[in-house]
Design a protein around this ligand. Structure first.
Ligand SMILES: [Co+2]
Length: 299
């Protein structure tokens, strides 16, 4: 895939995924209000993605306050948005495997929150700055300084990432600070840039599995129901992350998921939580970067 991201057909699919992701993200942010059921919003947004001709590239991630990433509601989850808190709404869309990944934040029950706006400014600055060949030290420094100038810290162990077909985290990372990588941004690449800001320590630790899984590798087992379950997952999601609640027709899915996790056939994503329990904000766009310029597909 790399080196061929700007082929016209691929580019159109990337742009369509970006437009759908933008709509989905904005709808999600609008619907997420104190007292509203989280699962209702997530269901509506994932439905919108499908109606518009895309597929979710991962389950909608809902992060409230110190939860930075990797949480999605389970089937029947009755949780409601709290009266106050920093919400991160992270959406992924793919069209034939071509992915857009985008996120926004909102101060629930409040308005102009500096923690929310500083990571947004950092993303804007990063998009202004990024180009093929630019040093990651410089780019990371722009993000870091923008967040610090508002009195907050970037989250150092969460990073932007390259994206390839059916591959959300394709190996190349875009740090949110200057001193993590000596590399440069390659020509002809799709990357998501995602600054995270916090009033806490500036790094996340792993919590429990947040109802999100992905296929690592299929294995032929002696159990027919486990084999069928693997096949359905592989056909529907390939190796992209999926939610427990997307497999509602399998009444025994909790049991099947647990078995496949234990066998290493599935990976379970642990929630990522700010180390001191402080709130985190995040903004994210997906960009096509080439010598001809930079296009933010989800903007
Ligand atoms: Co991302």
């Amino acid at each position: 895939m790399r080196g061929r991201q700007t082929n016209q057909d691929q580019r159109e699919k990337l742009l369509l995924a970006g437009r759908i992701a933008k709509e989905a993200r904005d709808r999600g942010i609008m619907l997420s209000e104190p007292g509203v059921r989280v699962l209702d919003v997530v269901d509506q947004v994932e439905e919108l993605i499908r109606k518009m001709g895309g597929q979710p590239a991962f389950p909608v991630n809902i992060g409230i306050d110190a939860v930075a990433a990797h949480y999605t509601p389970a089937t029947g989850d009755s949780q409601r948005f709290p009266p106050r808190g920093i919400l991160k709404f992270d959406v992924g869309v793919h069209v034939d495997g071509y992915i857009a990944d985008t996120a926004a934040s909102k101060d629930l029950g409040g308005s102009n929150n500096l923690l929310v706006s500083c990571s947004q400014s950092a993303l804007e600055q990063a998009i202004e700055t990024v180009k093929a060949g630019i040093s990651l030290r410089y780019l990371g420094g722009v993000i870091e300084r923008t967040i610090q100038s508002s009195g907050y810290r970037p989250v150092t162990n969460l990073m932007g990432h390259s994206i390839e077909r059916y591959n959300l985290h394709a190996g190349f990372s875009v740090p949110n600070v200057s001193d993590i990588s000596d590399g440069t941004v390659p020509d002809d690449i799709v990357i998501a840039i995602e600054p995270f800001a916090t009033s806490g320590k500036g790094f996340v630790v792993s919590g429990r599995i947040g109802n999100i899984f992905s296929l690592v590798r299929r294995k032929k087992l002696d159990d027919a129901s486990l084999n069928q379950f693997q096949e359905v997952i592989d056909e529907r999601y390939s190796t992209l992350p999926f939610a427990e609640r997307w497999l509602g027709e399998f009444g025994n899915r909790t049991h099947l998921l647990r078995k496949l996790l234990r066998l290493g056939i599935l990976h379970g994503y642990q929630t990522l939580i700010e180390a001191s329990g402080a709130p985190v904000s995040q903004w994210e766009h997906t960009l096509i970067v080439s010598r001809e310029g930079v296009v933010a597909t989800s903007k």
